[in-house]
Design a protein around this ligand. Structure first.
Ligand code: NAD
Ligand code: TYD
Length: 339
């Protein structure tokens, strides 16, 4: 019998990388991508799969049960697993306006859980973030047992969605697993996030806004490593468990900025210190010991290799970046699928 994976948010950054990974690595699985195409959804990321009979795109919103039902119908009769990426994902936007984050990340997740339970899915992987643990001081790492102490409307909405998934496991014996990953970088990331914004601005000799003193620390993981970790959790994780995912790859923002500028051959004088983000978490760092021990996952890419690879990718995809920056990517859906 056929085997399908329903991916939500597959037109976004990590989701599109994950869809490509599944199509490449699991040649007998079907993939259905449910995405509402917010500003962060870009079907151009998946153009290579358009005529592949194992791939289906469903334009729909996780907040709407009828849309989710349509996506499940597209999966066909066999066993169905769900990997849930769809979210409002940008901290700065959540500071401007928290409501869309509650609507998609909290309400949308509950709608998806209800429909998934009704369809008796075999597994449900909820893709969450280390930001639910809040902020660290100079020392220590987040483990799966760290207290949940979100500080931004984004991380609070993700924490709420994690709690709903946890409740479904405990109340309904629902076969869900939660992953909490650190900051990703790599191809197809929307250029509002630090690394692609930095590459895009510096390439045009525009200034690089660095928040505060630039000494906030993030633990950076190449997106392909994150996707491989999610696949390991999907296939071999224990239902009900939480898995932290990270790269042991901590850098202050300023170090990232200087490194990318050097990679592009651009001067540090492009750096512009700007007002700090309100409530800015100081440091994130992940202890990924559990997923290493239990599932044998480790990141395959070092920063030394994958950061230059990422810079080269954005340079080679200049047209993609231009269309994202000038909004032309949003016309793609209408052209390809009709409005
Ligand atoms: P993204 O913003 O690039 O993509 C989100 C996708 O979800 C977009 O394609 C968007 O159109 C879609 N979407 C949004 N609202 C929707 C709705 N109501 N219905 C259907 N689709 C909707 O996000 P990303 O960076 O790829 O992150 C994916 C997931 O991974 C998120 O859940 C995020 O919290 C989590 N995460 C991200 C990072 C990171 O560094 N980017 C790290 C850890 C965890
Ligand atoms: P971001 O990519 O928004 O991820 P997150 O806030 O989820 O960690 O930001 C990464 C870090 O870079 C964070 O400490 C904020 C900082 N930052 C800047 O200094 N300037 C920028 O223009 C952006 C977008 C982020």
């Amino acid at each position: 019998m056929s085997h399908s994976v329903l991916v939500t948010g597959g037109a976004g950054f990590i989701g599109s990388n994950f869809v490509h990974l599944l199509m490449r690595e699991r040649p007998d699985w079907n993939v259905v991508n449910l995405d509402s195409l917010t500003y962060a959804g870009n079907l151009e990321n998946l153009v290579a799969l358009e005529n592949n009979p194992r791939y289906r795109f469903v334009h729909g919103d996780i907040r709407r049960p009828a849309d989710v039902a349509r996506a499940f119908d597209a999966c066909g009769k066999g066993e169905i697993r769900v990997v849930h990426f769809a979210a409002e994902s940008h901290v700065d936007r959540s500071i401007e306006s928290g409501l869309p984050f509650v609507e998609t990340n909290v309400v949308g997740t509950q709608v998806l859980l209800d429909e998934s339970r009704a369809r008796k899915v075999a597994r449900f992987v909820h893709v969450s973030t280390d930001e639910v643990y809040g902020s660290l001081g100079e020392q220590g790492f987040f483990t799966e047992d760290s207290p949940i102490q979100p500080n931004s409307p984004y991380s609070a909405s993700k924490a709420a969605s994690d709690m709903l998934v946890r409740a479904a496991v405990h109340t309904h014996d629902f076969p869900a697993l939660i992953t909490r990953c650190s900051n990703n970088y790599g191809p197809y990331q929307f250029p509002e996030k630090l690394i692609p914004l930095l590459i895009a601005n510096a390439s045009e000799d525009k200034s690089i806004p660095v928040y505060g003193d630039g000494m906030n620390v993030r633990d950076w993981l190449y997106v392909e490593d994150h996707c491989e970790a999610i696949l390991a959790v999907l296939e071999r994780g224990s239902a009900g468990e939480v898995y932290n995912i990270g790269g042991h790859n901590e850098y202050p923002n300023l170090a990232i900025v200087k490194r990318v500028l050097a990679e592009l051959g651009k001067p540090d004088s492009l750096i512009r210190y700007v007002k700090d983000r309100p409530g800015h978490d100081r440091r994130y760092a992940i202890d990924a010991g559990k997923i290493e021990r239990d599932l044998g996952w480790r990141p395959r890419h070092t920063f030394e290799v994958a950061l230059p690879l990422t810079v080269r990718w954005y340079q080679s995809q200049h047209a993609w970046l231009q269309r994202v920056r000038n909004g032309a990517y949003r016309e793609y859906y209408a052209r390809q699928y009709g409005s």
